[in-house]
Every structure is written in structure tokens, then in C-alpha cells.
Design a protein around this ligand. Structure first.
Ligand SMILES: NC(=O)c1ccc[n+]([C@@H]2O[C@H](COP(=O)([O-])OP(=O)(O)OC[C@H]3O[C@@H](n4cnc5c(N)ncnc54)[C@H](O)[C@@H]3O)[C@@H](O)[C@H]2O)c1
Length: 273
């Protein structure tokens, strides 16, 4: 029996992309799932597809909305075992020199609010309920940009490096009771949107021309990832039966960006003997 049976997870940004894939995987493992997402349309779609999912429409940058999501989760399912901070936005590779200074400041505030501050607010709102459970867990979605350059511009890269700091500090502070880990996807075909202050609020990653080819040519596995490719890692990190001694760790799920080497791999190697 999976540890996730009878467990309850709250996933921010769970109405689409990676968060939705994680929600579906947790449901398949027998978990109860609640999602907090700003898109009412997508939350309604999830609720239609899965009538047992608790959908909360709200803004992750609001502490009150995070508290409301925790309350609704506990009202529906009686507890909260796993908090997954996942909602995020991208900067569409805007370089420092190409961003006017005043705009840069506003864009910084927006992306750090969603990608970093909201993870802290969500974890804080979930904390009292997590502390009541056996083997609770917090998992954050990081990114290859939490480790490497050029997976975004400086705003996104700095925000995701910040998330690595959040994982590590909270793993330290919340031990021994709560394990805190991260999953760092590489380029994944989703509807990830940009920074509104940079007029990118309606830009959708999956519609960028040649995105599949761009993503698949940057990693050794030559693979443009799909949201479901990452979902099993959240299951692994949430389940003490699989990861009881793992905390403060970020698992890279990016087609091998860390072993890109000095030249592009030849690809298509043939075994000669
Ligand atoms: N797609 C990629 O290539 C990629 C790569 C690495 C990491 N990530 C990270 O994965 C996470 C999920 O992104 P995704 O790619 O699945 O994109 P996505 O847009 O499909 O999912 C993000 C979800 O977050 C929600 N959201 C955004 N801002 C919000 C807010 N203020 N309040 C509430 N909900 C909000 C969106 O409505 C959306 O449903 C993000 O943290 C992103 O940075 C994505």
C-alpha cells in the first residue's frame, strides 16, 4: 500500500502544468488533494474532471488566501500531510541590459512575490496542520534555473536560486518533525506565463515557436519534458517509506543538464563491441 493512501496534499498552482500532473499522480496513489490556483477557469476544469478534489481560487502571494486554502483542505479532509509550493511565473529570458530600471524593480517584486515569497507564506500557513501529522512533508518546485545560468534571465534565475535557499533553510528549521525538499524540472511543455509588469502576462511557454526543439536540444537526453515526467519525484519525496532520511535536497529532473560537459554530446552513440 502506498503511504499516500489516506494522506492529504495541498498543491499550489495545481490547476495546470506540473502542479496538475502532481495532483493527478497523488490521486492515483490514493491521496486526497486540494489545489490553490489563481485561474478560476482551470480550477473549475480540475473540479469537473475530479469531483473529489478541493479547488480554491486565490492568489498565492496573499497570506490570507494560503490560510483559506489550508482551512478548506482541513474542512474537507480533516488534516494536511503534504504541502507542495509550485505556483510560479517566468521572465522569458529578459536580460538585465534590456530592462529599463524602474520596470526591473517592479518585475523583481512581482516574480519574487510569486516564486519565493508565496512558498514561505504557503509553508507558514500549512505549518500548524503539518505539525499535527505523522511524517509531514513540504516539497517546492525549483527549476534548472535554481542551479544554472541562461534557463531564464536574472529575475527568474535569482528567484529559483532563492527557492533552493528556502528548501535548505526550512529543512534545517523544521527538522526533526517536517522534511523539506525540492524538485527541479528542466524545460517542460506547459502553459507557464510571464511577468505582468513586463507585459508578459499573456505569454504562454507552450506556444513559443519551436519550443519543443529548443528544449530538447539543450539537455543530454535530448528530451523536452512533460509535466508527468516529474510527478513521481514528488511521490518519492512525500513518502517516508521511500525517502525517510531525505531532507534539504533538490532532485534535478532536467534531462541531465548537470552533465552537459564542454561540448554537446554526440548523441545516437552506437555500441561497437
Ligand atoms: N515549464 C517549465 O519549463 C518549468 C521548468 C522548471 C520549473 N518550472 C516551475 O514549475 C512550476 C509550475 O509551472 P508550470 O510550468 O507547470 O506552469 P503552469 O503555468 O502550467 O502552472 C503554474 C500554475 O500556477 C498558477 N499561478 C501562477 N501565479 C499564481 C498566483 N499568483 N496565485 C495562484 N496561482 C498562480 C497558474 O495559474 C498555473 O496554474 C513553476 O514554479 C515553474 O517556475 C517550470
Amino acid at each position: 500500500m502506498s503511504w499516500l493512501e489516506e494522506r492529504v496534499a495541498l498543491i499550489t498552482g495545481g490547476a495546470s502544468g506540473i502542479g496538475f500532473a502532481v495532483a493527478e499522480r497523488f490521486l492515483a496513489e490514493g491521496a486526497k488533494v486540494a489545489i490553490l490556483d489563481r485561474s478560476k477557469e482551470d480550477v473549475d476544469k480540475v473540479a469537473t474532471a475530479h469531483d473529489d478534489v478541493v479547488g480554491v481560487v486565490g492568489d498565492v502571494t496573499s497570506y490570507q488566501d494560503n490560510v483559506r486554502a489550508v482551512q478548506k483542505t482541513v474542512q474537507a479532509f480533516g488534516k494536511l500531510d503534504v504541502f507542495i509550493g509550485n505556483a510560479g511565473i517566468f521572465d522569458y529570458f529578459v536580460h538585465l541590459a534590456d530592462c529599463e530600471g524602474e520596470k526591473l524593480g517592479k518585475a523583481f517584486d512581482e516574480i519574487f512575490s510569486v516564486n519565493v515569497k508565496a512558498y514561505l507564506l504557503g509553508a507558514r500557513a500549512a505549518l500548524p496542520e503539518l505539525l499535527k501529522c505523522d511524517d509531514p512533508s513540504v516539497i517546492f518546485t525549483v527549476s534548472n534555473s535554481g542551479f544554472y545560468t541562461s534557463g531564464g534571465g536574472p529575475l527568474y534565475t535569482a528567484s529559483k536560486h532563492g527557492v533552493v535557499g528556502v528548501v535548505r533553510e526550512l529543512a534545517y528549521e523544521l527538522a526533526p518533525k517536517i522534511r523539506v525538499n525540492g524538485v527541479a524540472p528542466g524545460g517542460t511543455i506547459t502553459g507557464l506565463r510571464g511577468i505582468e509588469k513586463l507585459e508578459q502576462g499573456d505569454t504562454v511557454l507552450s506556444t513559443v515557436p519551436d519550443i519543443e526543439q529548443l528544449m530538447s536540444t539543450t539537455n543530454p537526453l535530448q528530451y523536452a519534458q512533460r509535466p508527468a515526467d516529474h510527478a513521481g519525484l514528488y511521490v518519492l519525496l512525500a513518502s517516508p517509506q521511500n525517502s525517510r532520511a531525505v531532507t534539504g535536497v533538490v532532485i534535478n529532473s532536467d534531462g541531465g543538464l548537470g552533465v552537459r560537459g564542454m561540448v554537446q554530446p554526440a548523441g545516437g552513440m552506437e555500441l561497437t563491441s
